[in-house]
Design a protein around this ligand. Structure first.
Ligand code: SF4
Length: 304
């Protein structure tokens, strides 16, 4: 039995992390110091803060909120514009600068023995836990959902059985609760097709952001890439990586590049939980969507 340990639980706004935090409190709160922390990007859906308040009541404990907004960056758009990038080889630049950085500062300023992550009972998430253990030994992860064999459906049921309304994004047909003010840069093709259908103003804003970043950078900046053999062949033949990129909306200066309208309709797939440990150094792709994302390997200034 664990006693007198300092445990940090990361609450992301998703249903799996919410149940992981509740399970950790049930298992460890009596004899340990358990803190629950949310990293706020200031880009969350408004309903996330309703869910936040409901979870505080459910837990009988406050959720601490930390953020990097107001320090090096004024907004998530400021991150993308300063780095002229959306996704890079090590993950999403916004996740690195707003989530990972906030977590690192918190970890430097606070002692902890363990950290709780909401990886669900699923083969990919087990591999993700193994990747975290091998690549981030200092994380000292605990995985209550793996311990209890809870998958996403179990988490949904636990939350609903306890009378809590799930976050709006799930009710709208998304499979996550990531950054809904703008939409998540790691959403994948089906996700952005749904955004275009159901939330055209958010879609337009992100399409415009891709074009703006492309102008600033002088070459295409996109969130998505074409995984077809035909697109891969063009990259092999020309040696130009961006020939595989997909814009949300056609870019007049790059007519040869596909846009979302050129892609077959796809379903919205689950996204990984953006918890400040983003990185492609996991052992396997974390979710199917990851193959559709343009993890840009060109040099950018990550030092900012
Ligand atoms: S949820 Fe998506 S948009 Fe938000 S910080 Fe993470 S990767 Fe970026």
């Amino acid at each position: 039995m664990m006693e007198n340990k300092k445990i940090i639980c990361w609450w992301s706004g998703g249903i799996t992390s919410a149940v992981a935090c509740k399970t950790a409190l049930d298992l460890f709160k009596d004899k340990n110091d358990v803190r629950i922390v949310m990293i706020d990007t200031w880009n969350e859906d408004d309903d996330t803060y309703r869910f936040f308040a409901d979870c505080e009541k459910w837990y009988g404990q406050e959720i601490e909120m930390i953020t990097c907004i107001g320090k090096d960056y004024t907004s998530i758009q400021d991150v993308w514009l300063k780095h002229k990038s959306l996704n890079v080889a090590t993950g999403a630049i916004c996740s690195t600068k707003l989530k990972r950085r906030a977590r690192e500062i918190f970890q430097e300023e606070n002692e902890y023995d363990y950290q709780v992550f909401g990886f669900e009972f699923d083969k990919k998430e087990c591999n993700r836990a193994l990747g975290l253990y091998k690549n981030h030994p200092k994380a000292k992860g605990i995985y209550p959902l793996l311990m209890m064999a809870y998958d996403k459906d179990d988490c949904l049921k636990i939350i609903q059985d306890d009378g809590i309304e799930i976050p709006r994004m799930y009710r709208l047909g998304f499979r996550n609760n990531n950054c809904f003010k703008t939409g998540c840069v790691q959403g994948g093709i089906g996700y952005w097709q749904k955004m275009e259908r159901d939330f055209p103003e958010k879609f337009e804003a992100m399409a415009e952001m891709e074009h703006k970043l492309t102008a600033l950078r002088g070459e295409p900046v996109t969130m998505l890439k074409d995984q077809s053999n035909e697109a891969k062949k063009v990259v092999e033949e020309t040696g130009v990586k961006w020939k595989q990129f997909i814009f949300l909306k056609k870019h007049p200066e790059y007519p040869e590049l596909k846009c979302l309208k050129d892609m077959k309709p796809q379903e919205v797939k689950p996204l990984f939980e953006c918890n400040g440990f983003c990185g492609t150094n996991d052992l396997n792709p974390r979710v199917e969507t990851e193959n559709e994302i343009n993890f840009d390997t060109r040099d950018i200034d990550e030092k900012l």
